[in-house]
Design a binder for this molecule. Structure first.
Ligand SMILES: NC(=O)c1ccc[n+]([C@@H]2O[C@H](COP(=O)([O-])OP(=O)(O)OC[C@H]3O[C@@H](n4cnc5c(N)ncnc54)[C@H](OP(=O)(O)O)[C@@H]3O)[C@@H](O)[C@H]2O)c1
Length: 430
């Protein structure tokens, strides 16, 4: 009985998927209608051999981005994979860096550990690390997702990205999308959320039950990581101080920041030094910030400095895998050792980590209205190079989203998002 129930549920969901996702061709739809169960025949999506995607086949500036509607479509290749039809994605600074070849050596090792000496094997490479979309196919051991489910995920940098019609991920990397927001809004969250959670939980040792008496400083509060982290930490009950440009103060205060310091002001460092010391610094800026921000932490009390701007991929690119890893590891060890013995402060690197279950927790906060998507700009799929150009100009105020499937999104304007005042009003109601 159990297996019959499972099969009929899957068929029910498959029917839902056909209506929910952009429809396949007539032939493909017929193939679906004769499908009696997983493993009996291919779903129409398995028969789709090509798709539209933006890809690069060499590293460089924006000119290397190419559109192709004959990119091989991914398939479900292992029992724990799901294939997702992408409705929206967003860009991260990593996409610009990877377009130029950043991290290629280490990422290629992760992609294919057995053939490290082959060059260029990553091409054609599809960028895009966020996805909000609909499941169209599942491997035989997938238990949490069915075709037709609306999902969101952060695509690991070693996998083909989401600037494409379809993407394939493991079940562990995917989470059900919040119901209260659109695909365009949802696509702005997964990669920054996964990174912020990994940094704040794994590296800084924070969690929702251990934040009430914590003072956190976020260096770089107005971009993707900052706007998400402010809201997460406020939802967890922490006291949050943020550095950002003066014209971003309204935005970050609207998201809940308690104290805001204009990093461009001449007395910014003095201003920070007059404040009560912090339990955690989350550094999304790097460079000089490290020099002065370490001194703002409470000494000898388990305080942690976590930077997201690490030399690891840069070092492996320039020095090779072994030397680069050794060089970066040595610099981490030296700084961590120095800060531990001189002031009793922990120095750590924070990294993105794929984590569907963590996104489940974020979904609950989004659906409870405690975390708002901050979409600064959105672009149609035809204008991916313009979206890269926008991000490359810097001064992000939240996220830049690309609408991959247009049919289900109502707001089509290029610049969107709430005004600072609207964020302020929502923050007051959180
Ligand atoms: N390690 C990892 O796994 C990982 C993962 C994700 C991101 N990251 C890194 O984390 C950093 C932040 O990512 P993101 O997605 O938030 O980038 P983003 O969206 O581009 O935002 C960066 C923000 O920082 C502001 N800013 C620039 N200089 C600043 C300064 N000196 N002090 C304070 N704010 C400053 C910018 O605005 P203004 O210039 O107008 O001030 C902008 O709002 C990036 O370097 C990214 O590569 C690392």
């Amino acid at each position: 009985m159990g297996s019959v129930r499972v099969i009929s549920t899957k068929l029910l969901c498959a029917t839902k998927a056909k209506a929910a996702a952009a429809g396949p061709t007539g032939t493909l739809a017929r193939a679906w209608s004769v499908c009696l169960g997983r493993g009996v025949c291919s779903s129409p999506w398995r028969l789709q051999s090509s798709m539209s995607a933006w890809l690069v086949d060499q590293y460089g500036s924006n000119e290397v981005l190419k559109f192709s509607d004959e990119t091989p479509a991914p398939t479900v290749n292992s029992p724990n994979e799901v294939m997702v039809k992408v409705h929206a994605t967003s860009l991260n600074p990593l996409d610009i860096a990877m377009r130029g070849g950043y991290g290629a050596k280490l990422l290629n090792l992760r992609r294919d550990p057995l053939s490290v000496v082959n060059s260029d094997r990553e091409f054609p490479l599809i960028l895009g690390r966020d996805v909000s979309g609909v499941v169209v196919d599942c491997g035989s051991e997938v238990t949490h997702f069915f075709p037709g489910d609306e999902v969101w995920a952060a695509v690991p940098p070693w996998k083909q990205g989401s600037l494409a019609e379809f993407v394939t991920l493991t079940e562990f990397e995917v989470s059900h999308k919040p119901k209260s927001i659109s695909h365009t809004e949802a696509a702005s969250i997964p990669y920054v959320a996964s990174t912020a959670l990994s940094a704040l939980v794994n590296a800084a040792g924070l969690c929702k039950d251990r934040c009430a008496d914590k003072r956190v400083l976020i260096a770089g509060g107005s971009g993707g990581i900052g706007t998400f982290s402010i809201q997460l930490l406020k939802a967890w009950g922490a006291h949050v101080t943020v550095t950002c440009s003066q014209n971003a103060e309204g935005l970050v205060r609207g998201l809940g920041a308690d104290e805001v310091v204009n990093y461009m002001a001449e007395d910014a460092e003095e201003h920070l030094e007059t404040m009560e010391k912090f339990d955690v610094v989350l550094d999304g800026v790097g460079g000089d910030t490290e020099q002065w921000a370490m001194g703002l932490l409470k000494p000898w009390s388990g305080a942690k400095y976590v930077t997201l701007v690490t030399p690891l991929l840069h070092d492996t690119d320039s020095l090779g895998l072994l030397n680069g890893t050794f060089h970066a590891g040595l610099s981490l060890h030296n700084t961590a050792f120095q800060s531990a013995i001189s002031s009793g402060v922990f120095y750590r690197w924070g990294f993105y980590a794929p984590d569907g279950p963590a996104l489940d927790e974020v979904r609950e906060l989004v659906d409870a209205g405690k975390i708002l998507p901050v979409v600064e700009a959105q672009f149609p799929f035809a204008q991916v190079p313009q979206a890269f150009q926008k991000l490359e100009e810097g001064h992000a105020r939240g996220k830049t989203v690309v609408r991959v499937a247009e049919e289900d999104e109502e707001g089509q304007s290029e610049e969107m998002g709430q005004s600072d005042g609207e964020y302020q009003q929502e923050a007051e109601h959180k």
